[in-house]
Design a protein around this ligand. Structure first.
Ligand code: FPP
Length: 238
């Protein structure tokens, strides 16, 4: 049993795949492939140690600007994972993994969004760990979507603008009903949120490492959690 306090929700920005591949003289797509395997390992490990929610940043709304062959390679990796999830339906149920895809579905190839639906549907009753996979996700877009939903309620007379609270925003973002991330991990030596969970990360602890995502191990994940345990979260109080 875990002695230390594991965060309830961890967010991960899977960064450094391109540099990992470049260092080895490989195409960037090989870095993403290695990164996808690390995603699987960390996902399983998070479940093993009792994390309740984990959010992976897999593809941002800005990532469409990458070369078409790189975008296609990433979509292929998502497809592989989704087919695998279909094949391992029973195993995943046992693992208790409830999977959610957060982000805009428009723009993502239809065969993939159909697999998003099946995967979400089939894992709906699992309840040990909620895994959010952010694909075609942008934090500003998410907040804009929430504002639109609230504006529609105002327009229909259901809601008075003066009564809008932070809880209304929280209830209209993609992670509605889930706790905000306690800890956000970003490998590859960058110190940016890059449009990830902007609303949810108001009080998240941030942990970075120079290690590139394809080299990231369960030991690194443990180090991040140990470090989180040593921090005092004051939420603005003293
Ligand atoms: C950023 O590294 C990484 C991405 C844009 C893609 C992340 C996606 C995966 C690891 C695949 C996940 C797979 C599944 C099935 C969810 P980068 O390419 O920007 O790295 P660089 O900064 O070194 O160039």
């Amino acid at each position: 049993m875990e002695e230390r306090k594991v965060p309830e929700h961890i967010g991960i920005i899977m960064d450094g795949n391109g540099r990992w591949a470049k260092k080895r003289g490989l195409p960037r797509s090989e870095g993403h492939k290695a990164g996808a395997n690390v995603f699987r390992r960390i996902c399983d490990y998070a479940d093993e140690i009792g994390i309740k929610y984990i959010t992976f940043y897999a593809f941002s709304t800005e990532n469409w600007r990458r070369p078409p062959d790189e975008v296609a390679a990433l979509m292929d990796l998502f497809r592989d994972y989704l087919h695998e999830a279909e094949e391992r339906r029973e195993e995943n149920k046992e693992k208790g993994m409830r999977i959610h895809f957060i982000g805009h579905r428009e723009g993502v190839p239809q065969d993939i969004t159909e697999l998003f639906d099946t995967t979400e549907e089939e894992s709906r009753d699992a309840g040990r760990i909620d895994v959010n996979i952010a694909i075609n996700y942008g934090g500003r877009l998410e907040i804009t979507d929430a504002v639109k939903a609230i504006a529609r309620k105002v327009k229909s007379g259901e809601l008075d603008p003066e009564d809008i609270t932070e809880d209304d925003i929280s209830a209209n973002i993609y992670t509605a009903g889930q706790p905000d991330p306690d800890l956000i991990i970003r490998p590859s030596g960058e110190y940016r949120l890059s449009n990830f969970l902007l609303w949810q990360s108001a009080y998240s602890e941030f942990w970075t490492t120079d290690i590139l995502w394809p080299d990231f191990t369960t030991d690194d994940f443990d180090r991040a959690i140990d470090d989180y345990n040593s921090r005092a979260r004051r939420f603005g109080a003293v």
